[in-house]
Design a protein around this ligand. Structure first.
Ligand SMILES: *Cc1c(COP(=O)(O)O)cnc(C)c1O
Length: 396
């Protein structure tokens, strides 16, 4: 079954058709119950003892979340999944799952979502989990650092933010596995339509479901997809820590996922057209986009991403890129929404220097290539002509 079909059908219609008076809801209802009863103590005993399938308590599992988890497991070719209250909770639990029986050390890509860097340096390092950083697109450096530092976990994003670098997940998985380390990939920017990290050898994949999966800017959530080795572990962590997504958000996320492939295709084709238009605009000095044949990771992109699906995000630099000029340009936008998120049905623009990379010192930002004139656009599903017309009048 193709991923577009899986997204629409899997996870739903799990009710027992043989139960007396049973009916099968076509889509999964929102189960708000905190706990579940059975008609005998013997059955409750078997369910609590994991001898029989069933639900007992919503911190352990919940039928609404189970439907979403089954769907995500299928979309990314995993062995199990956990729906979490945010992308960051999912990331936290995934790191704990990766390090449970490994050296308490993480080798992370130097270009990471800001809160993920904070999780490593401000939360995990102070409790004894060593953190080191590496240029994840430099395989020799990755190989060397894995050999020198012997990390328990390698952490990377499929497509980095905001400069859109693409690491060789398959090669890095080989290096990590050879050294006994787990590979954890944040797949938020790529979605399972573009990349499925577990199929490339990763142990764990994490999404901020807030972005493309839910897709409508109205829900905060996260998902971890795990291989066989880590599937039980994330469930155990879930039972003790209770990072679970609420059933209402779970429902919204699953509803969103049914159309994610359609939206993603449209968003990718919009982004492609926008990137081409921007690259010949006189006020734009540089465009970062995965379809660019001169992209520094072009070979990896060709190997790992499906033809024509190069993501919804385009970053670009204004020629006269001082902060006040960027503010003036963004203030003139009428259709494109100035907000710190991505992956929604509406186009969104963010200014990294004051948002995602606000806490990075200006000199360090320059070194990372995140210049003062750089903005990040995530194409929505609108007609591309309207998005371009808005950019055009704002750049005028
Ligand atoms: C948004 C985002 C996160 C964090 O997700 P939340 O749902 O906001 O907690 C993590 N990684 C990436 C790449 C993101 O874009």
């Amino acid at each position: 079954m193709k991923i577009e079909t899986k997204a629409v059908h899997l996870g739903d219609r799990k009710a027992d058709p043989d139960a007396p008076g049973a009916f099968i809801p076509v889509t999964t209802p929102i189960y708000t119950a905190a706990s579940y009863i059975y008609d005998s103590m013997a059955k409750l005993d078997r369910v609590l003892g994991h001898e029989e399938e069933g639900y007992c308590y919503s911190r352990y599992d919940n039928p609404t979340n189970a439907a979403l988890e089954e769907l995500m497991t299928a979309l990314e070719g995993g062995h199990g999944a956990l729906a979490c209250s945010s992308g960051m909770t999912a990331m936290h639990i995934a790191v704990l799952a990766a390090l449970t029986d490994r050296r308490k050390s993480v080798l992370a890509a130097s270009a990471l979502y800001g809160a993920t860097t904070s999780l490593l340096t401000k939360v995990l390092e102070p409790i004894g989990i060593e953190t080191n950083f590496v240029d994840i697109c430099d395989l020799d450096q990755v190989r060397q650092k894995i050999a020198d530092l012997k990390p328990g976990c390698v952490l990377m994003e499929t497509i980095s933010n905001p400069l859109l670098r693409v690491g060789a997940v398959d090669r890095i998985a080989e290096l990590a596995r050879a050294a006994g380390a787990a590979l954890l990939v944040d797949n938020t920017f790529a979605t399972p339509l573009l990349v499925r990290p577990l199929e490339l050898g990763a142990h764990l994949s994490v999404h901020s479901a807030t972005k493309f999966l839910a897709g409508h800017g109205d829900v905060l959530g996260g998902v971890i997809i795990a291989d066989q080795e880590h599937a039980d572990r994330i469930r155990t962590l879930c039972r003790t820590l209770g990072p679970v997504l609420g059933p209402f958000e779970s429902y919204l996320t699953m509803r969103g996922i049914k159309t994610f492939a359609l939206r993603q295709e449209r968003q990718c084709s919009n982004a492609c057209r926008i990137a081409a238009w921007l690259s010949s605009h006189p006020r734009v000095s540089r465009v970062h986009y995965l379809a660019d044949p001169t992209h520094p990771d072009a070979a990896v992109i060709r190997r790992l991403l499906p033809e024509g699906l190069y993501g919804a995000v385009v970053s670009f630099e204004l020629k006269d890129g001082r902060k006040e000029n960027v503010f003036e340009f963004m203030d003139r936008l009428k259709l494109v929404v100035r907000a710190t998120s991505l992956g929604d049905v509406h186009s969104l623009m963010l200014y990294p220097a004051i948002s995602s990379h606000r806490d990075v010192a200006p000199k360090q930002r320059e070194r990372l290539g995140i210049h003062e004139g750089l903005v990040r656009l995530c194409a929505g599903i609108e007609a591309v002509e309207d998005i371009i017309a808005d950019l055009d009048q704002a750049l005028a």
